[in-house]
Design a protein around this ligand. Structure first.
Ligand code: NAP
Length: 269
């Protein structure tokens, strides 16, 4: 199951999973675009095992509805790949009043993983893999636990970096909590993958951003490696840069920040 599968990193991971012979559930919001990608990937991979499911990862009710549909239709899940992402220049809120980038990139996925633990357990050994960003950029993120959803100081960069850090901390805590169920969790920098994120920007940056995207590859070898290779070259909870598990932020107290975020997430949910 791959979120954000109609474009960018999610599309690349979905393609890798299809090529590896999995039944792949592609999740995104826009039905026309999602179904067009199912058709395109069927042609590119020869797979007849692709389906699209609609959900807004930034809306907790929509995530609950998605999880219910998935649990009703699929006995087990072997890979949950979290990629759906929002980018918004101004501060927007989800239907639950949560800042939208945090809600989509992090909180919705944190809820989805919780709701899919049982099918992931039945698919074990299974994996939850979550895209983040480059360690150098995430190093600038600071989670303010008194204002996780940026009511005080919003910028698109701050929201994106905070959500990327939250995804890493989520992976660390998830790995520990799900170890006994043989569900591994990994996070990674995807490299530079052709993306539709600039399509959310105003006219000039959008045109320039989309033109630059054409120069990038649509493939994401790190994401595909984590999803489909039999052996992952690092322990559960690791951050991957290329094929290597790395310390994403030396000197940072990942364990205690991860626990703190987990507790804050429980209250938000
Ligand atoms: N691409 C890169 O080179 C790169 C590098 C570093 C980090 N990253 C990170 O990787 C993540 C994914 O980036 P990307 O390049 O793959 O972006 P992208 O090409 O824009 O893809 C985003 C995907 O998420 C879906 N989506 C957006 N909002 C959604 C929502 N509320 N609910 C459900 N699905 C939603 C989109 O489809 P719909 O619009 O149809 O819903 C689309 O399928 C981002 O967090 C980005 O910061 C990417």
């Amino acid at each position: 199951m791959v979120t954000g599968a109609s474009s960018g990193v999610g599309r690349a991971v979905a393609k890798g999973c299809a090529l590896a012979g999995f039944h792949v559930v592609l999740v995104s919001r826009d039905q026309r675009r999602g179904e067009a990608v199912v058709q395109a990937l069927a042609a590119e991979t020869g797979s007849g095992e692709l389906e699209w499911q609609g959900a807004d990862l930034g809306d907790l009710d929509s995530v609950r509805d998605l999880a219910e549909r998935i649990r009703g239709a699929h006995e087990s899940i072997s890979i949950l790949s979290n990629n759906a992402a929002a980018l918004s220049l101004g501060r927007e809120e989800s239907p639950q009043g949560i800042e939208r980038t945090f809600a989509t990139n992090y909180l919705g996925h944190a809820l989805l993983a919780r709701l899919l633990v049982e099918p992931l357990s039945r698919g074990a050994p299974s994996r939850v893999i979550t895209v983040s960003g480059h360690p150098r950029t995430i190093a600038r993120a600071r989670l303010d636990f008194d204002d996780l959803t940026l009511r005080g100081r919003y910028s698109a960069l701050r929201a994106t970096l905070n959500a990327a850090l939250a995804r890493v901390l989520f992976t660390v805590e998830l790995a520990e909590r799900l170890e006994s169920r043989s569900i591994a969790a990994y996070t990674f920098h995807p490299g530079f993958v052709r993306s539709s994120l600039p399509s959310n920007l105003p006219f000039l940056p959008r045109i320039l951003g989309m033109a630059a995207m054409r120069l990038l590859s649509p493939e994401c070898p790190t994401g595909v490696m984590l999803a489909v290779e039999d052996t992952v070259p690092g322990p559960s909870g690791s951050f991957f840069l290329g094929r290597k598990a790395v310390d994403f932020r030396p000197g940072y107290d990942v364990r205690s920040e991860a626990r703190r975020l987990w507790a804050a997430t429980e209250s938000l949910l």
